[in-house]
Design a protein. Sequence first.
Length: 304
Amino acid sequence: MTLGRALRSVLVIDAGEPRNAPAAGVHGFLSRDGIKPQELLEKGREEARNYGVDFLAGVAVAARSTAAEGSELSFDVELADGRTVKTRRILVATGLTDVLPGIDGIRERWGRDVLHCPYCHGWEVRNKAIGILGSVPMALHQTMLFRQWSPNITLFLNDVVEPTDEELEQLAARSISVVEGKVQSLDIQDDALSGVVLASGTVIPVEAVVTGTRLEARSAVLESLGVPVVEHPMGVGRHVEVNPMGGATAVPGVWAAGNVADLMGQVMASAASGVMSGAAINAHLVAEETRVAVQAARLSTLPG
């Protein structure tokens, strides 16, 4: 929408597979709290179309530079169905994939009563019995955070997490239960989570489960352009490093916004990064157009 308002010709290639599709609502988005993800997308498309933005259903699989040396930047974007789109600049907002633990029931309940972010879902499970699944190094951090939303927290070590004596003291001081043993599956009753099943067969009653995921940037298009994808400094997954002031990547003419660059950004933060990238792309185009205009003006004044 930022580029459309700048009178730019914009095409959005949308695969129709948003990361938050399983969620009942988007939270923390000022003026749209609780809105269904699909409804937010539809409203956004409608507003962007008012500024001439076009939308194309499809999956971008790769892109390549088509500019000759010293000429203006240009690219071809290849779609999975064989179509090709030509463009002067590229903004990649493909998001990320949550790599879930291989525990029965996790994927089926993901975004419903299997959660990951307290700021996205904590209010909805406040004061409920919440189990924190030890699946990533950040599990202890998640445990202490979710304690803010409920006094009934159980940390399942799952043969993955090994708290130090100091951490065990902190957990005890916050009245957080600690359960040893490997988690085998989730217990589902009447289409609702009712407990965590240990390998021993013991079932611990819970009403919600929190699990960490490995966050993998959807980076195929960026990698095809030569944009490096690197391990996040916090060890939570892989992302694309960008200039924080606008989202420029290491490849000229290519920008990235949202979760593909900021693995832990919520919807509102991702939207804001898109606005910044749109403004940066427009400024980049203005600079190029000015340079071309100056060159043309100089040529027009040459004798003969």
